[in-house]
Ligand binder design. Sequence first.
Ligand code: AMP
Length: 179
Amino acid sequence: MLTQDGFNLDDAIRKVPDFPKPGILFYDITSILANPDAFRYCIDSMVKLYRDQRLDGIAAIESRGFIFASPLCDRLGIPLLLVRKKGKLPGKTLGKRYELEYGEAEIEMHVADIPVGGRVLIVDDLIATGGTIRAAADLLTDGGADAIGAFAVVGLPFLDYRKTLGDLPVRTLIEYFGE
Ligand code: AMP
């Protein structure tokens, strides 16, 4: 399976059945990171997608989102804003609780990082239900920023993330349609 521009990204993604629990097919991006051509393909593709947009920051989701957002921020010359699990950030934070399949989670950002009135892109490695991205977008909105879109290397549209994310523009490099 080739991406739109002919790179075999699928080959670079390790698929691990029944991880972290039975019935889940885990799309592991560590095999992209260990493959310099694949990693460069991802970062170059992100640069092409976003270089013509005015962005005031990229909100990177802990932890695999950090890996893809960091080089993009460097290449575009814009601020990297970390979205972390509760209790990790030392400064004044703003938090958002959200539902998981089982239980709840909470993410936080440093208040000082959120550009009030600014345009922010959210980046993660993979979008499944879209719950994490939804919470990050709501957190940015609460902080006074404008979440203008989301990017993930991998999308799983069969888990209905587009419904969860409504009209938030989402871009991915590869999508899988079932397990
Ligand atoms: P969600 O909030 O449901 O969109 O879940 C997205 C988060 O969970 C991302 O940070 C992913 O890294 C991780 N994730 C969920 N499902 C998978 C999967 N099948 N393979 C790899 N990562 C996953």
